[in-house]
Design a protein around this ligand. Structure first.
Ligand SMILES: [Zn+2]
Length: 477
């Protein structure tokens, strides 16, 4: 009995002592950060708190891309020429409203649908129409500036070859399917990529989004041979070589904002965030969600920062120097995943800029939590559609440039041509099909449609035949 009583007393004293210790060691509020025994606060929490009290930078971080591009978007000349309306003669049968005069000396150069063009038949019985600018009397083919200009191969063949590449078949495979030389396929891809890059630049600008998810995925390129390489080993080796695919997307419209290849460095993060900022409207500062890669912080701060004059601490003495701080509307959160032995062991959310409440408010509109799931899903899709990023590849496009071309193709194909299942819209009236199948209930929708950039699903042929005007037109695409 005696030993029992003694035991109870001992337990009571221990409990009291523990309570006192906890009361002393536990921080009473967030502002009061006092040195606590490291055994009670794990190191991760400490880093979290250090990021919260971000005190700004003494200098604005430099961005190479910002310094080298003075005029990010080509602007239309201030005064457009008067529109031409034909009143005499019969009504024109051929629609020339998607074309523009290419003559640099013509006042109507670059103005789409300004009424200055006339169709002039097919010269030498060729597949393409000749167009005439009635102002400068300049003749040109309707394929000028596209992949098809000056090609003898059939249009269908070129479109199918490009479609095959966009669907993820490698260059050699595509060449075998269509019985064309692999070098020809590569040549077509190079030309198509250049044109599609211009198309992306032309269409993707002043986009308004509420969220952007950023991620990087590694690509096994020529530096690493096929097979026998574990993912971890590949990442370690690729850390030093420029073979990361950088992806930025809007999770709501599923629009791919930017896609690029580069190392996993601060310079590349700067360059990539620069590209994203170019696509977004100048006053649009969305919620950024990334993985734990720390260089994003500086990159975002470069493009979404401002000088702030800190308040004086003492009444006398020199004023404190201004600090480079994030814009007040900028929100940035990280999803930090801990992987051990290829298994996800922990997921941690970290709000870097802004408050947790503000971040949750943006996400609550969609009923989401802090996540990077959408961009991770798209990474899988990229692996399936871009042959050079697949797990085990032996395509011609092993170099960085080749990968860039395939990504340029996928960028446009994904945004404009591929209907996204989660974006489909119900038809007002179910449409009957020709066969005996059930009625059509859904209208397919692409990310570009969901983002309000276009009103229809584009075919690859349509995209490849689109002549990109030298400046953004007033009416859009
Ligand atoms: Zn002209």
């Amino acid at each position: 009995m005696v030993s029992n009583l003694f035991f109870y007393q001992l337990a009571l004293i221990t409990l009291l002592w523990l309570c006192l210790l906890l009361h002393y060691a536990w921080p009473s509020d967030r502002a009061a950060i006092r040195p606590t025994p490291s055994a009670l606060t794990p190191p991760r929490r400490k880093r979290h708190r250090a990021l919260k009290s971000f005190e700004g930078l003494a200098t604005k971080p430099p961005c190479d891309a910002c310094e080298h591009t003075n005029a990010p978007h080509p602007h239309a000349p201030s005064a457009p020429p008067p529109r031409i309306v034909m009143t005499r003669g019969r009504r024109r049968q051929v629609d020339t409203s998607h074309h523009f005069c290419p003559n640099p000396d013509c006042a109507y150069r670059g103005w789409v649908g300004w009424g200055n063009l006339r169709a002039n038949g097919h010269p030498n019985g060729g597949p393409w129409r000749q167009l005439l600018c009635v102002v400068c009397r300049h003749y040109f083919l309707e394929t000028l500036g596209t992949l098809f200009h000056g090609k003898r191969a059939s249009v269908d063949l070129i479109v199918r070859v490009i479609a095959c590449l966009a669907e993820g078949l490698g260059i050699r495979g595509t060449a075998r399917v269509f019985e064309v030389d692999p070098d020809t396929v590569l040549q077509w891809l190079v030309e198509a990529a250049e044109q599609l890059r211009a198309f992306s630049r032309h269409v993707l600008h002043d986009v308004r989004v509420r969220q952007v998810q950023l991620d990087e995925l590694f690509a096994l390129l020529s530096a690493v041979k096929d097979g026998e390489v574990s993912a971890a080993e590949a990442i370690e080796r690729l850390e030093r070589s420029p073979q990361w695919v950088w992806v930025a997307m809007d999770p709501e419209s599923k629009l791919l904002l930017a896609l690029d290849v580069g190392n996993r460095t601060l310079a590349m993060a700067q360059c990539f965030v620069h590209q994203v900022a170019q696509v977004l409207a100048p006053d649009c500062a969305p919620l950024f969600l990334t993985d734990g890669f720390r260089e994003y912080l500086t990159a975002l701060l470069t493009h979404y920062g401002q000088w702030v004059q800190p308040p004086r601490r003492q009444a006398t003495g020199p004023r404190p120097k201004p600090r480079w701080m994030p814009q007040p509307q900028l929100l940035y959160a990280q999803v930090v995943k801990t992987v051990r032995r290829r298994r996800l062991v922990a997921v941690q959310h970290r709000v870097v800029f802004g408050t947790l409440e503000a971040v949750q408010q943006v996400l609550a509109a969609c009923g989401w939590q802090i996540n990077t799931a959408f961009v991770e899903r798209i990474n899988l899709s990229i692996r399936q559609h871009v042959a050079a990023v697949g797990r085990r590849v032996s395509t011609l496009c092993k170099g960085e440039d080749g990968l860039r071309q395939q990504l340029a193709l996928y960028h446009v194909y994904y945004n404009f041509c591929l209907p996204h299942a989660s974006l489909r819209l119900p038809l007002p009236q179910p449409e009957r099909t020709n066969g005996c199948g059930s009625a059509k209930q859904w209208r397919p929708s692409t990310p570009a449609m969901a983002a309000g950039l276009t009103d229809h699903v584009w075919t690859l042929r349509e995209v490849l035949l689109f002549r990109v005007p030298p400046w953004p037109q007033l009416a859009g695409v």
